[in-house]
Design a binder for this molecule. Structure first.
Ligand code: ADP
Ligand code: MG
Length: 383
């Protein structure tokens, strides 16, 4: 789960990592009062869960209160397009009004999980502030990588490797070492999958400070981090996926036209293959899970149908813990409620299959029953 820059900075602050003073704002009428007591210059920063905001016009430095006011009014509410948002962009609902810092050097520093080596890697570069992907592609020798064994933790020699690689002067080296230690502790304590500071700056008065903060936490660990869970902003996620998650359903929206409802993630993957092999494209992945109730099936079916790209539906159930009759009840109830007109192909086998088929047959709805997977594919191709 990604968190916003201002949220990551609040964690940094608590961990003793220096960040500029700042305050968030969500309403244009509050801007004037918030900047009244701030020292100029102030940087106005769009808070969206995507990078590249500076280049997209989402970060503006104002030297006077009037400039800050204009920049803040412009950014708050704008549809910000960056190389990570896609063409439609993301609406800016919160801005960060932050103390402008006199920058001497902009560095890059990040920590991430290195799955290949089963460890943590620290990546640093003297070329911060800009596109790190470009630096890595064009001047790979300017990227420093330090691999950490999580059982041993961050070692002194590894911090020195970073200090030498970044060519830090003696006055800032000590402060940098303390920052890296705190960042490593924060990363491991919060089950981070990424913490990125770009730029990490050396100020003109030799202070080390995080001007940007990106943090991604392993979603599977949220049960033990209620403070991070509370930071979740679902407004930038797909609304159908958010609705599905609220019902405990495993749903991912795709861009095809055949909606599918399946029990079991493996069968759901195989079903998507089957749909593609039939010459059509899946509109979603939906695993209703083993212990789904008729109500959950109904919710899943309704969510599936709210996607306006869906032209046909494929229900592929191997009844085990989820019994075929429970599934059929949920499907019939949902189909009635939404006055279903789309074609539905049903392939159902397993526990209580006869009862399930009876419920579907006795409903006043029309379902195309597939005798097996090949037959299902033929019916799908005909949709
Ligand atoms: P993004 O990476 O999304 O473009 P950043 O937070 O890195 O956003 O901001 C872009 C640039 O704006 C930074 O590289 C830095 O040069 C400048 N900047 C950001 N915050 C401040 C600040 N508080 N003071 C001075 N300059 C800043
Ligand atoms: Mg940045």
């Amino acid at each position: 789960m990604k968190i916003h820059e201002y949220q990551a900075k609040s964690l940094f602050r608590k961990a003793g990592i220096a960040v500029p003073e700042g305050t968030t704002c969500t309403a244009k009428e509050d801007i004037a009062a918030l900047i009244a007591n701030m020292k100029m210059p102030v940087v106005v920063k769009a808070q969206i869960l995507a990078g590249g905001r500076g280049k997209g016009g989402g970060v503006i430095l104002g030297k006077t209160k009037a400039e800050v006011q204009t920049a803040a009014e412009k950014i708050l509410g704008m549809q910000l397009v960056t190389r990570q948002t896609g063409e439609a962009g993301t609406k800016v609902k919160t801005i960060l009004l932050e103390q402008g810092v006199a920058i001497a050097r902009e560095l890059y520093l990040s920590l991430l999980v290195d799955r290949d080596r089963c460890g943590i890697v620290i990546i640093a570069s003297q070329d911060g502030g800009m596109d790190i992907e470009t630096v890595a592609a064009e001047t790979p020798d300017r990227i420093i990588k330090v691999h950490i064994n999580p059982l041993l933790g961050l070692q002194g020699y590894q911090i020195r490797e970073l200090i030498f690689g970044l060519e830090l002067s003696t006055p800032v080296a000590g402060e940098f070492a303390a920052l890296v230690k705190k960042l490593y502790a924060l990363f491991t304590e919060y089950d981070g999958s990424l913490v990125e500071i770009n730029p990490l700056v050396i100020t003109r008065d030799d202070k080390v400070m995080a001007l940007d903060a990106k943090m991604d936490v392993d979603s599977n660990s949220l049960f033990r981090h209620p403070d991070i869970k509370a930071m979740h902003d679902s407004s930038e996620e797909d609304e159908l996926e958010v609705a599905a998650a609220a019902h405990g359903l495993n749903y991912i929206r795709l861009d095809g036209s055949i909606g599918s409802m399946v029990n079991g993630a493996g069968l759901a993957m195989a079903t998507m293959d089957l749909i593609k092999q039939a010459g059509v494209e899946p509109a979603n992945f939906l695993d209703v899970g083993g212990g789904a109730s008729a109500e959950m099936v109904e919710n899943g079916f309704r969510i599936l149908l709210s996607d306006s790209n869906v032209r046909g539906i494929f229900i592929n159930i191997f009844g085990g813990i989820l019994r075929c009759d429970v599934l059929a009840e949920g499907v019939v109830a949902a189909a009635r409620k939404v006055q279903l007109t789309l074609p539905v192909v049903v392939r159902m086998e397993g526990t209580n299959v006869e009862e399930g088929r009876r419920i579907l047959a006795e409903s006043d709805l029309t379902f195309n029953n597939a005798t097996d997977l090949n037959h299902a594919a033929e019916l799908l191709a005909a949709i």
